[in-house]
Design a protein around this ligand. Structure first.
Ligand SMILES: [Zn+2]
Length: 193
């Protein structure tokens, strides 16, 4: 009976770890990266092409993200050489390291958001109001005599208070998510002892 409960507990732990891993990879590298993690969680081991099929996205874009994730140790590969010398890579999730990876990604995401927040709060921005053109900082605007370097339109003060609020919200959400996740891990470890 207890063994049965422990087994279910293990499955729950694994599922919540994979869910948390997917969420954090998504926050770090975008939606497609999250989908790739989800596909590998479901199917275990897949080739590039199989992943592209499962996530229904462009092959080369999927491959690019796979190598980015693999480069950061977020996916692991198994190289299989067949009789004719053809090499196939099979990808899978580093399941035994998920908690450590979640924590390190979390720190990187928070760090990135805090730097962004610092940049937004410590600068005044000017903008030509064309979505395809970059905002300029005050000193950049002075250098360009308050004209957009791309279209030449007059630069207007840009109110970034909504952006600042959005970054603060993301930081808060990320911290809440992590607290909940690691609280759960701690509780489950305590229960199973
Ligand atoms: Zn412009």
């Amino acid at each position: 009976m207890n063994e049965e409960i422990n087994k279910n507990q293990d499955i729950d732990d694994k599922e919540s770890a994979i869910y948390a891993f997917k969420k954090i990879v998504e926050a770090y590298k975008g939606q497609l990266a999250g989908k790739i993690v989800e596909a590998l969680a479901r199917y275990g081991e897949l080739t590039d092409n199989e992943i592209a099929e499962r996530v229904d996205a462009d092959d080369s874009e999927v491959r690019r993200i796979i190598w980015v994730l693999a480069g950061e140790g977020l996916l692991i590969s198994k190289k299989v050489v067949n009789d004719t010398g053809w090499i196939t890579f099979f990808w899978k999730l580093p399941l035994d390291q998920v908690d450590g990876l979640i924590l390190s990604l979390y720190r990187r995401i928070i760090d990135r958001l805090e730097k962004k927040l610092e940049y937004e709060t410590s600068n005044i921005f000017y903008w030509c109001m064309d979505r395809n053109h970059e905002r300029l900082t005050f000193s950049e605007a002075v250098d360009n005599m308050f004209k957009c370097p791309v279209c030449g339109k007059t630069l207007m003060p840009y109110d970034n208070s909504e952006l600042i609020a959005a970054i603060k919200y993301s930081i808060g959400e990320m911290k809440r998510f992590m607290n909940e996740y690691f609280m759960e891990v701690k509780e489950n470890t305590a229960e199973s002892q």
